[in-house]
Design a protein around this ligand. Structure first.
Ligand code: URA
Length: 246
């Protein structure tokens, strides 16, 4: 692969900045300083250093997408645009969305070709926290909040036929923006599971309605506020480290 692509994958800078940094002697390949960013390197065997620090090459790809409304969280769909269509320029084989957001839900979606990570984040046993910004049709009463936080019946059943209540969740409010531009109440809801249409069904269970839904976080990963709907970027080294990616 080209050296500038390798450095770009490590979020060193833009292509233009990288060209300049390399020209200024900040990069070396196998201990030898290089001055041109368009040379080809072998990312699996060459040792690339930047400012004296060795950069390791991850064979997997990790992207954060701010999923726009109107796109399905699937790899293929006969009729609708998929999240994978957004990534067609990346030409990454085996890219998969880590979980699903409904077609009318916006926000954080991790896409990767690392099946082990997807399995780890989606495993029901792991209870990875997911926080959503939820715009609702009317204000929640204290009783509604208590019910939602303690566990509510959304129609699911356990194997023995008993009601499968949702796990305890947490409701909070966005300081200074407890209503959206249409005057509808906005809450932050953190859940620890990922059942089908879970947030919508939870609000429905207390007689409310979700008007707009946006995922803000998943485990340690927070939606980058710089990403507009439809935009994506690679995860930073810190974000990968926090997710325990080797
Ligand atoms: N809960 C929902 O109802 N929809 C989503 O897209 C995500 C969580």
């Amino acid at each position: 692969m080209r050296l500038d692509k390798f450095l770009g994958d490590h979020n060193i800078g833009t292509r233009k900045q990288i060209k300049e940094y390399v020209k200024n002697g900040r990069c070396s390949v196998n201990g030898n300083p290089v001055l041109k960013a368009d040379i080809h390197i072998d990312e699996n065997s060459d040792e690339i250093s930047f400012d004296g620090k060795v950069l390791s090459y991850s064979k997997n790809h990790y992207y954060m997408l701010n999923k726009p409304v109107g796109v399905v969280s699937a790899t293929f769909d006969k009729k609708q645009k998929t999240v994978i269509d957004i990534f067609k320029d990346e030409n990454v084989k085996g890219l998969n969305p880590c979980g699903r957001l409904d077609i009318d839900t916006e926000g954080l979606l991790l896409l990767t070709d690392d099946g082990e990570l997807i399995h780890r984040l989606l495993s029901p046993k792991k209870h990875v926290d997911k926080t959503y910004e939820v715009h609702i049709s009317h204000e929640l009463s204290d009783d509604d909040i208590k019910l939602l936080e303690e566990g509510v019946d959304i129609g699911d059943k356990n194997d023995d036929g008993s009601k499968k209540l949702t796990l305890p969740s947490k409701i909070s409010f966005k300081e200074g923006s407890e209503r959206d531009e249409n005057g509808n109440p906005v809450i932050l809801l953190t859940i620890h599971e990922g059942r089908f249409h879970q947030v919508k069904r939870m609000l429905e269970a207390v007689g409310n309605e979700v008007l707009f839904l946006k995922r803000l976080s998943m485990g340690s990963l927070l939606l980058d506020p710089e990403l507009n709907p439809g935009e994506y970027r690679e995860l930073t080294t810190e974000e990968k480290r926090a997710l325990n990616i080797k």
